[in-house]
Write a protein that binds this ligand. Structure first.
Ligand SMILES: C[S@@+](CC[C@H](N)C(=O)[O-])C[C@H]1O[C@@H](n2cnc3c(N)ncnc32)[C@H](O)[C@@H]1O
Length: 210
């Protein structure tokens, strides 16, 4: 594992307990992002860097009882809460692992993949390659996260950087945080959210990464 992974794990050690409460206001954007996956009953959907599993219920609603949610999360503290959630709810069709994006091995290929506020993963070439090789060509991809404001807003980007820094090891890499994923997709489209400091994106996966 790299020092970025270690730093991220350390960051989330203190954030895990309060994460769900702090993420409450993100639920409308989370719903919008998941809707872009256009999930169908029976599909297998992958939740990348799933945190405490806040997206699991919405993803399960999309794929139904005959579908499957796959997920992974490298922070032991965040994953412990995701595991408790699955046990508490008795969700039999959620497979998840405490694993890093660069190394995780999924039990099946995914039909759709969600990157919801997973900046460090989206900026890691090794992580993106390992994930996308386990997703079916033609799969739906949806992303959301923080980005810099347009360059001409100048000092405002200090705000974006400051907001990103407590959560991400690669905090400054915010100009096109989707670019590694977009390079493997066709029809990649993104729009600004949060007055320019966020983005929401969707696409179709071209095929196995080159
Ligand atoms: C801002 S949280 C988002 C969590 C979740 N996607 C959500 O929407 O609530 C980012 C998550 O990515 C995880 N993460 C960061 N780098 C990772 C990596 N290389 N492999 C797996 N998980 C990682 C962090 O531990 C953290 O839980």
């Amino acid at each position: 594992m790299t020092t970025d992974n270690d730093l991220s794990i350390a960051l989330y050690r203190s954030k895990a307990a309060g994460y769900d409460a702090s993420a409450e206001f993100t639920m409308p954007l989370r719903r919008r992002t998941i809707a872009l996956l256009q999930l169908q009953p029976g599909q297998t959907v992958l939740d990348v860097g799933a945190g405490t599993g806040l997206s699991y219920a919405l993803l399960r609603a999309g794929v139904g009882d005959t579908g499957r949610v796959l997920a992974f999360e490298q922070s032991p503290d965040m994953f412990a809460l995701a595991r408790q959630r699955v046990q508490r709810e008795g969700w039999a069709n959620v497979w998840h692992a405490n694993a890093a994006a660069e190394a995780v091995q999924l039990p099946a290929l995914a039909d759709a993949v969600l990157f919801n506020y997973t900046h460090d993963i989206s900026r890691s070439p090794a992580a993106v390659a390992n994930i996308l090789r386990q997703v079916k060509p033609g799969a739906r991809v949806a992303m959301a996260g923080i980005k810099y404001f347009p360059w001409w807003t100048g000092p405002l980007n200090l705000l974006a950087w400051l907001k990103n820094r407590p959560y991400n090891a690669r905090a400054a890499d915010l100009w096109e945080p989707w670019s590694l994923v977009a390079a493997q997709c066709k029809d990649f489209r993104w729009n600004s959210t949060q007055w320019g400091m966020g983005y929401i994106a969707s696409a179709t996966l071209k095929g196995p990464p080159r």
